[in-house]
Design a protein around this ligand. Structure first.
Ligand SMILES: Cc1ncc(COP(=O)(O)O)c(C=O)c1O
Length: 383
């Protein structure tokens, strides 16, 4: 693969990446210059000119247009996409609205970001949420399947687990769910914009993505995919003016929801955030989704390779290559007493997750020199 385009985009769009080893996209991605400009322009215009009704409604035209871009990213139809605030809000759309049998149970993982188990506990109770155990950050699909029985309504998980970087085998899990009529609910927050996602060729029923990590977006703007297979099985828990057909007509009160996924939108969206997200998606699509994934996994391989050269540091796992993602955890000796601040003082942005583990996360704006910088710092601690 020609990596020149990644070098160029780093220089042009992500100046911060040139000033430190930014290995912390799993916390928040760096804004591109284009995203920043689009968001600042929006704020400046509102500040200096205000906003009339035509501009206000123009925001919806922008959102409707962006649905098409999201559809390209996920390989779905435009009317299977909706926007909302946080990724966690969006998970609730499915868990609170889906029709379930009385004894339904849900299977999830011990590596999950809490929003996934929490919204299911809220719906079916602690006793009906089954949590598959992990070992050393790994959780092969069989561990999930063992917990499934005839009352399992859904498998709900994060495609890439933020607590270890484990990348689930969604194709196999999707096939398993399809064969048994089990819903598959996926949070892609820790991989959207990094790992290619193809909802048409993977049996996913509901997918959410918050935008402030590999999509380099701001907070409070997320998007979701709802498969047409399940759309009518979800009763919207919340409704509002924007999810109704003919959203501009306020002359009658007739609840007549949109036919597509935008029926789950209730009110005005984070227009500033959407302007930024639009730019991020353009950059991502221009770089090419396959190339981005290959480039990121190449950097992950490089971390594995370089860490193996260190005496006192090791990779958590190590994971089979098919389960690797843009997130890698490494073990370090407790006596080093590392924290995020110490790393930052040494020009490295990464998250010290606990007394012996650092979470590293790489994006297309990283390169091998970022990894080298981290490795030489760790080497200096070994001496
Ligand atoms: C997998 C996952 N989902 C959701 C979130 C939070 O997203 P939001 O704040 O938009 O709810 C995070 C944050 O780290 C996450 O890792």
């Amino acid at each position: 693969m020609n990596t020149e385009k990644f070098k160029k985009i780093r220089e042009k769009e992500y100046p911060l990446a040139n000033t430190c080893a930014y290995l912390d996209t799993a916390t928040t991605g760096i804004f591109s210059k284009s995203s920043r400009d689009a968001m600042v322009d929006f704020i400046e215009k509102r500040y200096s000119e205000g906003m009339d009704i035509d501009d206000f409604l123009g925001n919806w035209r922008h959102a409707d247009n962006l649905r098409g871009t999201v559809a390209k990213v996920l390989n779905c139809e435009e009317d299977e996409v909706f926007f909302s605030g946080s990724g966690s809000d969006m998970l609730n759309v499915f868990s609170s609205g889906i029709k379930l049998k009385e004894d339904a149970n849900i299977v999830t993982t011990a590596l999950s970001f809490p929003s996934t188990p929490y919204n299911w506990i809220n719906r079916v109770g602690d006793e009906n949420v089954r949590i598959a155990a992990s070992e050393n950050g790994m959780l092969p699909s069989e561990k999930l399947f063992e917990l499934v029985d005839e009352n399992t309504a859904a498998i709900a998980l994060c495609m890439v687990e933020n607590t270890s970087g484990w990348y689930h085998d969604i194709n196999t899990i999707g096939e398993f769910c399809k064969a048994r009529g089990i819903y598959l609910v996926i949070d892609t927050t820790q991989c959207i914009g990094a790992m290619k996602i193809d909802v048409k060729n993977t049996h996913i029923d509901f997918l959410v993505a918050t935008s402030y990590k590999w999509m380099s977006g701001t907070f409070g703007i997320s998007f979701a995919y709802v498969s047409k297979r399940v759309l009518n099985e979800i009763n919207p828990t919340f409704v509002g003016w924007t999810g109704n057909k003919d959203r501009q007509n306020h002359s009658r009160y007739k609840l007549d929801l949109e036919d597509g996924a935008n029926r789950f939108e209730t009110g005005s969206l984070n227009w500033v955030g959407l302007r930024g997200l639009d730019q991020s998606m353009q950059i991502y699509l221009e770089l090419g989704m396959d190339d981005v994934q290959d480039y990121i996994l190449g950097l992950t391989d490089y971390i594995y390779e370089k860490v193996a050269e260190l005496r006192d540091v090791s990779v958590v796992g190590p994971f089979p290559r098919m389960n690797r993602s843009g997130i890698v955890y490494i073990n370090f000796p407790m006596e080093w007493k590392l924290n995020d601040k110490i790393l930052r003082q040494n020009g490295i942005r990464a998250h010290v997750a606990n007394e012996t583990k650092i979470r590293l996360s790489v994006h297309f704006y990283n390169n091998e020199s970022d990894v080298d910088k981290l490795i030489s710092f760790l080497k200096s601690l070994q001496e």
